[in-house]
Design a protein around this ligand. Structure first.
Ligand SMILES: N[C@@H](CCC(=O)N[C@@H](CS)C(=O)NCC(=O)O)C(=O)O
Length: 204
């Protein structure tokens, strides 16, 4: 049996990185397939949903959609709740991360720099703090979504927050989520998990 493969762009970010982290934390040996843009152009048509990431395991259909991959890995390797209601609470937070990406992604692609600045500043005042407030109320006692256990929903929240906290999103201050202390604590708890530290040390 060959190792499963996670296919994504050659970048330590976003939907692909959260799936890689989930597989690494699960202790699953996997092929970390990283595509260059030119490779993607030739692979897109054959990929599920015409998008990355996707997950390939011998004997099973290819799985697309980051949240479906995370739920699958979580169920297979005990990183997602088995109770349906608790799982739905985690799923809702993972869907909320996708909401954020769908709101902010188009702003990154704006060609007019003045418009991009204005729209991102507006998001920093309104959308992002409001989003963080909703997530904050859904987290529970913490530090993780499921209490003491780090699971795939935590990885997704951790990955989406990274570029904002590093100041990589121009015109959005690094304090944009500071009004959500439980969310900030969750991000910090994931960052210091020894397996997460090991993943980033391994990547150099
Ligand atoms: N709903 C999908 C969205 C996938 C998506 O938009 N992926 C982006 C990368 S993060 C992509 O494939 N972009 C390249 C393209 O659309 O050609 C998911 O959660 O996986």
């Amino acid at each position: 049996m060959t190792n499963p493969t996670l296919t994504y762009f050659d970048a330590p970010i976003s939907r692909g990185e959260e799936c890689r982290l989930a597989l690494f934390l699960a202790g699953v040996p996997f092929t970390d397939e990283r595509l260059k843009p030119a490779d993607w152009a030739t692979r897109r048509a054959a990929s599920p949903f015409g998008a990355l990431p996707y997950f390939t395991m011998e004997g099973h259909p290819v799985i697309g959609q980051s949240n479906s991959i995370l739920r699958l890995v979580g169920r297979l390797y005990d990183l997602h709740p088995s109770d349906p209601w608790e799982a739905a609470r985690h799923d809702a937070l993972m869907d909320a991360v996708e909401d954020l990406r769908h709101h902010m992604g188009p702003l990154a692609r704006l060609k007019d720099e003045a418009e991009k600045k204005a729209r991102r500043e507006e998001a920093a005042r309104e959308y992002l703090p409001t989003w963080a407030g909703h997530v904050e109320r859904a987290i529970g006692p913490g530090p993780f979504v499921g209490g003491q256990k780090l699971q795939v929903a935590d990885l997704k929240l951790f990955v989406v927050m990274g570029p904002y906290l590093k100041g990589a999103i121009d015109h959005v201050p690094t304090t944009v989520f500071s009004g959500a202390p439980k969310l900030m604590a969750l991000q910090a708890a994931v960052a210091r998990d020894p397996r997460v530290v090991a993943w980033y040390a391994r990547k150099g």
